[in-house]
Ligand binder design. Structure first.
Ligand code: MN
Length: 317
């Protein structure tokens, strides 16, 4: 799993292990398995949040693990032009390349470890595709797309596009050096990640060596979700088993704990997890298709505005 990596985690700043006497490890509320589906022109995804109560996900709305898939030459797929309103999309590419273009002139390539943060706000059109040369060659494709809600007061904010290059990700390690912690957005243990978010949140991709543990201090006012990208392990003090394609939802407390099993499959020697948390918005959510609003009427208005060209137009050339 390339993303961004280092030769030796022992050279990285360490996250001090929280004192168990004065901190509460968050309990595991549920573990769910992400069903498989298809997105866009037919690229395979796993719906990471399927079957989970929306109030436990808040401020997150939806997450797809894109791939992991090895495309044959000519097979790689993306999306056509489509609109969004009312939230932010975060695309994190672990392996492979996506080319983004949008109706506000944003765009670029995101590849191995890069993140793209798009605030749809009042409305945007965009397209995401592998570049032509990679469609021709085929190859490995693996990433995450996360939808982060916006509060009612910010749903109609101006659209914005941010590229977060892999080199900007803050790299940390755990107390014993057993895990590589990539801080993509938000704060963790007094370190600030590069992503600027409307809704306060933290996003981490951690690679936990077999037999090692990941203990992270976590803001009490944030929710806590761990999605397994690869490998096997356990979540919480209770050691609830988790494996690739599963989401663990944690309850209240101030630390998150995940352990990597000592034995892993040879194709993924480590446990790779995405750790997410944010401050719940606690407003009614009405999500339909590419829009995330507060009411059904606002969804109808979004469709009307889209068809009238008010969410933007496809750039020419
Ligand atoms: Mn989209």
């Amino acid at each position: 799993m390339p993303a961004i990596t280092v030769e030796d985690t022992l050279t990285l700043p360490r996250i001090a292990e929280p004192d168990p006497a004065s901190t509460a490890t968050r309990p595991v509320l549920s573990v769910t398995s992400a069903p498989s589906g298809f997105e866009g022109e037919g690229f395979p995804v796993r719906r990471a949040f399927a079957g989970v109560d929306r109030t436990l996900l808040d401020p997150f709305v939806h997450m797809d693990q894109m791939g992991e898939v090895e495309y044959a030459p000519g097979e790689a797929k993306g999306t056509g032009w489509h609109p969004h309103r009312g939230f932010e999309t975060v695309t994190y590419m672990i392996d492979g390349t996506f080319r983004h273009r949008d109706s506000i002139g944003g765009g670029g390539l995101i590849t191995n470890g890069d993140t793209q943060w798009m605030t749809a706000g009042s409305g945007i059109l965009h397209i995401e595709r592998p570049p032509e040369e990679l469609v021709a060659s085929g190859g490995l494709f693996h990433g995450i797309q996360l939808w982060v809600n916006l509060p009612k007061a910010e749903k109609m904010t101006a659209p914005r596009y941010q590229d977060i290059g892999a080199g900007k990700v803050a790299l940390l390690s755990t107390a014993d050096g057993g895990a590589l912690v990539r801080l993509i957005a938000g704060d963790l243990a007094g370190v600030a990640g590069p992503g600027a978010t409307h809704s306060p949140m933290t996003m981490v991709h951690a690679t936990v060596s077999r037999g090692a543990k990941l203990v992270l201090p976590w803001r009490q006012d944030f929710n806590a979700l761990v999605y397994v990208l690869a490998g096997r392990g356990s979540a919480g003090e209770s050691g609830q088993p988790i494996h690739s394609g599963q989401l663990a939802v944690f309850g209240e407390g101030d630390t998150i704990r995940v352990d990597a099993d000592l034995t892993q499959e040879s194709r993924s020697p480590d446990l790779d997890v995405l750790v997410l948390g944010g401050r719940p918005i606690r407003e009614p959510v009405f999500a339909y298709g590419p829009f995330v609003m507060n009411t059904k009427d606002e969804i109808a208005q979004a469709f009307e505005d889209f068809h009238a060209g008010r969410l933007g137009t496809i750039p020419t050339g």
